[in-house]
Design a protein around this ligand. Structure first.
Ligand code: HEC
Length: 134
């Protein structure tokens, strides 16, 4: 019997198991948040994109690419670029009715994208998402 060797082997086993766990954890962290290999996106922008998909995508498309006769393309968008964050939040709170002089589509952009429960904090995240695609 070699109790010392057994103990050593057991300790080695534990060390290897810890290393394996650490590797899995590191890989998981490395893959998280990037949306599957794209550029790293801040949590604010990622949450904003999720909210956008829930509230705005019906008219603007899930990637904000715009939809025929509905919401406009918000990528490289002059209106978004020309406004400050608080101005954009104020715009989203009000929307833009079809009768508004700036409205070119003849379709309402509803206040808060039609979701009265959305908070200013959430609108701020949506604005962060819109900034990320300019
Ligand atoms: C029911 C459809 C609808 C929903 C939902 C909607 N929009 Fe819109 N949105 C529009 C329409 C239509 C316009 C364009 C109005 C026009 O012709 O000027 C617009 C315009 C905009 C503009 C101004 C773009 C420009 O170039 O003038 C922004 C920014 C915008 N929407 C963001 C959002 C965000 C963010 C949400 C979600 C919170 C949202 N919209 C939800 C229909 C919608």
């Amino acid at each position: 019997m070699h109790p010392d060797r057994n103990r050593l082997r057991r300790r080695l086993g534990t060390t290897l198991a810890s290393l394996a766990l650490l590797t899995i954890a590191l890989v998981a962290v490395g893959c998280g948040g990037g949306g599957g290999g794209g550029d790293a996106v801040s949590p604010q922008v990622a949450e904003g994109h999720d909210l956008f998909k829930k509230t705005c995508a019906t008219c603007h498309g899930p990637e904000a690419q715009g939809m025929d006769r509905l919401g406009k393309n918000l990528h490289k968008n002059q209106f978004v670029r020309g406004k400050s964050d608080p101005e954009l939040i104020a715009f989203l709170r009000e929307g833009r009715p079809a009768t508004h002089p700036d409205n070119t589509r003849g379709v309402d952009m509803p206040p808060k994208g039609g979701n009265p429960a959305i908070t200013d904090e959430e609108l701020g995240k949506i604005v962060a998402y819109m900034r990320s695609i300019q």
